[in-house]
Design a protein. Structure first.
Length: 700
C-alpha cells in the first residue's frame, strides 16, 4: 500500500507515499483507509495528521489509473473522505508543495488544514473537461467564498497557499506553518491542541451563500459562455457551485456526481483526457528508454540569422543559454540581431518582460562570421536557405570545426536529413529539429530521427525541447515529416474544392466552423503561397504523378503571395491582417473552372470539412504504418500544437476514432468515386482498413 501509518506519541501520522506526486490511486486509498481504521482503534491515539511524502501533499487522481476499473474501485475517493469526516478523532491535513484535484478534496474532508507557504493549490479537473467529482465544488466555496472558489474551479488555475490564506474570513487553512520543514511538527502540535475539541468542525456544515445570489451567477454564466464555447465543463462547474449555494450539502454532492458522470462521457472530455496523456506520451520513444544517458548542452550555435535562425535563437536565450549566431555577411547578422531585439522590446512595451531580463537575454547572444568561433558549442542548429548544396557546404564546415560529441541539427522542412547527415563523418550526431514559424512562439518541435541518429542524441534533443518549453514529437525521415506531409494532402483537397465549385472564403468558413484556428486559404496567405509554389515546382520534376489544382499556381503568377505582398487568396488593406474576399480571385477560380469544363456544384460544409480532415487522417495512417510516427497520439500532438486543430476534438486521429473508423473509411470510398478527385489517394490506407476490419481504433 502506498500510504503509511506511524504513531508519534498520541498523534497518528498517515503519509501518502506514491511517487511522483502521491496520486490517489487504489493502493494509496486503501492505505489511507487502513491507517484510519488503525488510528481510530488505538486508544492511545488522540488525533490524526495526514501528509504527503516527497514532492507533494497530493497531485490528485493517479493518472496511471485513468480509464481503468481501479480508478473507481472501492474505497473510492468519496468513501475515503467519508472515513475522514466520520472519524471519532480529529484529522488534520498537513499540506505542502502541491495540493491539487483529489488531493485538495481529501484535505477539505479533514477537520483542519495546516499549510506550508508557497504550496500550489488547484482544482484543475476542468482542464480535462471534467469538474471536481469528490466534493470540491461543494466544499471549496464554503471555505474561501463563492467567487474565489468559482474562479479556481472554472479556470483550473493554480493559486498559492499564501494567497488563499490572505482571503478575509477564509477557513481553508486553519494555520499557516512557518516553513515546509517545520510543517509536520506544527501540524502535530496543532492536532494535539485540537484533540479534545468537540464538536469537530466539518466543511460540509459551513454556510454557502453569495450576497448577490442569482444575479452574480447570471453574470458569471455570461462570462463563462463567452470564453468557453465548445467546452461544456466550465458551465457545468458553475452549475455545481451554484448548487452549493442553493441545495443541502448531500443534494449538492449528488448533483455534482451526476454532472461529473455526464461530463466523463462527453466527446470533449474524452478528447482532453486523450490530449493530456498524448502530451506525456510524446516524450516516450519506444526504443529509447527514459534513462538513456544525455549529452550536456550548455552552449548553442545557430547558422543563419533569418526568420527561423532568429526565432530559434530566442528559445535558447529565453532559457538562459548562450547562443552564437553565424552568417555569411555582417549585414545579415545585424539584421538578425535587430529583429531579436525588436521582438524583446515589444514584449517590454507590453509589460510582458522587464528591461533587466531583456538585457540579460541580449547579453547571452553573440555573433560571428567565422566557423572557428563555434568550436565550444555543444549543439549547432542550421537554419540557412532550403537548398541541398547550401546545406552540404554548411555541414561539411561544421564537421570540420565542431568538437567531438557536439550535436549537429538541421531545421530543414523538406530535405532529407539522412542525406545531410551523410555530408559529415559523424552521421550519428546529426538530427533534424524542425521548428515552426514564428519559432519563438509556436509550441511544436518535430525532432527528426535520421537512420543513423544515436539514441543519446535523440534523448538529449527531446530533453532540450522540454527545457525550451516545446512540445517535441519524434518523426522519421520522409518528405514533409509528419505535419507537412499531411498538410500537403489537405491543401490538395482545398484546391480541388475550388475546381469543383467552392470559393476560398467558403472553404475557410467551413473549416473554421469545425474549429480550426484558420482555414487553408487564410493559412496560405499567412505562411506565404510562394512556399507551396516552390514545392509544387519541385514535385513536378520529382513526383510528376501527383495532381494539383492549378489555381494556386495562377494566384502566385499574379504575385499574390499572401499577407507579405498585400494580396493572396484574399485582399488586405495596407498594414492590416483582415482577410477580405477578393472578386479578382473568385473570378480567376471560376474562369479556371470553366476552362477545365468541370460542372460547378454546390458543396456543403460537411463535405468540405470531411474531405480536408479525412485527407489528413488517411495520410496519417500511412505515416503510422511506415513508422514515421511511432504512435497515433504523436500525430494528434503535431496537429494540436502546430496546425491549429481544435483542442476539444483531440487531434485528427482522436477525431477519426470519435467519428468511427468504419464511417471514415466509407466516406473515403465515396470521395474516391468523385471523378474530379484523386481516387488512388482516397483508398483507405492499409492500416486504416485493418483497424476497421478488426473493429479497433487509432488511439485505443
Ligand atoms: N520560414 C518558415 O516558415 C520555416 C519553417 C520551418 C523550417 N524552415 C526552414 O528553416 C530554414 C531557414 O528558413 P528561413 O525561413 O529562416 O530562411 P531565411 O531566408 O529567412 O533565412 C536564411 C538565412 O540563412 C543565411 N544563410 C544562407 N546561406 C548561409 C550560409 N552558407 N551560412 C550562413 N548563413 C547562411 C541567409 O543569409 C539568411 O539570413 C530553411 O531550411 C527552411 O526550410 C522555415
Amino acid at each position: 500500500m502506498t500510504a503509511h501509518y506511524q504513531a508519534s506519541g498520541n498523534i497518528a501520522v498517515i503519509t501518502l507515499d506514491n511517487p511522483p506526486v502521491n496520486g490517489l490511486g487504489l493502493s494509496t486509498r486503501q492505505g489511507i483507509a487502513a491507517a484510519m481504521e488503525q488510528a481510530n482503534a488505538d486508544k492511545a491515539i488522540t488525533a490524526i495528521v495526514i501528509t504527503g511524502a516527497g514532492k507533494a501533499f497530493s497531485g490528485g487522481a493517479d493518472i496511471r489509473e485513468f480509464g481503468s476499473p481501479k480508478a473507481m474501485a472501492e474505497p473510492n475517493l468519496l468513501s475515503v473522505i467519508k472515513l475522514l469526516e466520520q472519524s471519532n478523532k480529529p484529522v488534520v491535513a498537513a499540506v505542502h508543495s502541491v495540493c491539487m484535484g483529489g488531493g485538495l478534496e481529501l484535505a477539505l474532508g479533514c477537520h483542519y488544514r495546516v499549510a506550508a507557504p508557497n504550496c500550489k493549490v488547484a482544482l484543475p479537473e476542468v482542464k480535462l473537461g471534467l469538474l471536481p467529482g469528490a466534493g470540491g465544488t461543494q466544499r471549496l466555496p464554503r471555505v474561501i467564498g463563492v467567487e474565489a472558489a468559482l474562479n479556481m474551479i472554472v479556470s483550473g488555475d493554480t493559486v498559492s497557499s499564501d494567497m488563499l490564506a490572505a482571503i478575509p474570513g477564509q477557513q481553508l487553512f486553519n494555520k499557516m506553518a512557518a516553513s515546509a520543514d517545520s510543517l509536520l511538527e506544527e501540524a502535530k502540535a496543532f492536532a494535539t491542541d485540537m484533540a479534545d475539541v468537540r464538536p469537530m468542525p466539518l466543511v460540509r456544515d459551513l454556510k454557502c451563500k453569495h450576497p448577490d445570489g442569482d444575479a452574480y451567477f447570471q453574470f458569471a454564466r455570461n462570462m463563462v459562455r463567452g470564453t468557453a464555447k465548445n467546452f461544456p465543463a466550465p458551465e457545468k462547474c458553475l452549475d455545481a457551485v451554484q448548487a452549493a449555494t442553493k441545495r443541502k450539502f448531500e443534494d449538492g454532492m449528488a448533483f455534482e456526481r451526476d454532472l461529473f458522470i455526464n461530463l466523463m462521457w462527453t466527446a470533449e472530455s474524452r478528447a482532453l483526457r486523450h490530449v493530456f496523456m498524448a502530451d506525456r506520451a510524446a516524450s516516450k520513444i519506444p526504443d529509447v528508454p527514459a534513462d538513456t544517458p544525455k549529452r550536456e548542452i550548455k552552449q548553442i550555435a545557430v547558422i543563419g540569422a533569418g526568420t527561423m535562425g532568429g526565432g530559434i535563437s530566442m528559445n535558447f536565450l529565453n532559457a538562459g543559454m548562450p547562443v552564437v549566431m553565424l552568417e555569411t555577411k555582417q549585414e545579415a547578422l545585424d539584421r538578425g540581431v535587430a529583429t531579436i531585439l525588436k521582438n524583446y522590446e515589444s514584449q517590454v512595451k507590453k509589460g510582458k518582460l522587464s528591461q533587466e531580463v531583456l538585457d540579460q537575454r541580449m547579453g547571452l547572444l553573440s555573433t560571428t562570421l567565422t566557423y572557428d568561433d563555434l568550436k565550444d558549442a555543444d549543439m549547432v542548429i542550421e537554419a540557412v536557405f532550403e537548398e541541398m548544396n547550401v546545406k552540404e557546404a554548411v555541414f561539411k564546415q561544421l564537421d570540420a570545426v565542431m568538437k567531438p560529441g557536439a550535436i549537429l541539427a538541421s531545421n530543414t522542412s523538406t530535405l532529407d536529413v539522412d542525406q545531410i547527415a551523410a555530408f559529415t563523418k559523424r552521421p550519428q550526431d546529426v538530427i533534424g529539429t524542425h521548428f515552426f514559424s514564428p519559432a519563438n512562439v509556436m509550441k511544436l518541435l518535430e525532432v527528426v530521427r535520421g537512420k543513423a541518429t544515436a539514441k543519446d542524441v535523440l534523448a538529449t534533443v527531446m530533453a532540450l525541447g522540454k527545457r525550451i518549453k516545446k512540445t517535441s514529437v519524434v518523426s522519421g525521415v520522409c518528405d514533409g515529416f509528419i505535419g507537412n506531409r499531411m498538410i500537403e494532402q489537405y491543401s490538395r483537397q482545398a484546391g480541388f474544392l475550388l475546381d469543383e465549385g467552392c470559393t476560398p472564403a467558403q472553404v475557410d468558413k467551413a473549416v473554421e466552423k469545425f474549429g480550426f484556428a484558420m482555414g487553408p486559404f487564410r493559412m496560405g496567405d499567412l505562411a506565404g503561397n510562394d512556399i507551396g509554389w516552390a514545392i509544387r515546382k519541385r514535385r513536378a520534376i520529382d513526383k510528376p504523378d501527383i495532381t494539383y489544382s492549378k489555381t494556386a499556381d495562377l494566384l502566385c503568377e499574379l504575385g499574390r503571395y499572401g499577407q507579405k505582398t498585400g494580396a493572396g487568396w484574399y485582399d488586405y488593406a495596407p498594414g492590416q491582417r483582415k482577410a477580405i474576399p477578393s472578386t479578382l480571385v473568385e473570378d480567376m477560380v471560376s474562369e479556371h473552372r470553366a476552362k477545365l469544363g468541370t460542372p460547378t456544384r454546390k458543396i456543403g460544409d460537411e463535405e468540405i470539412v470531411h474531405r480536408l480532415v479525412f485527407s489528413l487522417i488517411n495520410e496519417a495512417a500511412h505515416i503510422l504504418e511506415e513508422g514515421i510516427a511511432s504512435k497515433a497520439s504523436d500525430i494528434d500532438m503535431v496537429y494540436l500544437t502546430g496546425y491549429g486543430f481544435p483542442l476539444w476534438r483531440g487531434g485528427p486521429m482522436r477525431y477519426a476514432d470519435e467519428y468511427g473508423l468504419f464511417n471514415v473509411a466509407q466516406r473515403m470510398q465515396q470521395f474516391a468515386a468523385n471523378p474530379q478527385d484523386d481516387a488512388t489517394f482516397w483508398q483507405p490506407a492499409p492500416l486504416l482498413a485493418r483497424l476497421v476490419a478488426e473493429g479497433k481504433t487509432f488511439t485505443g
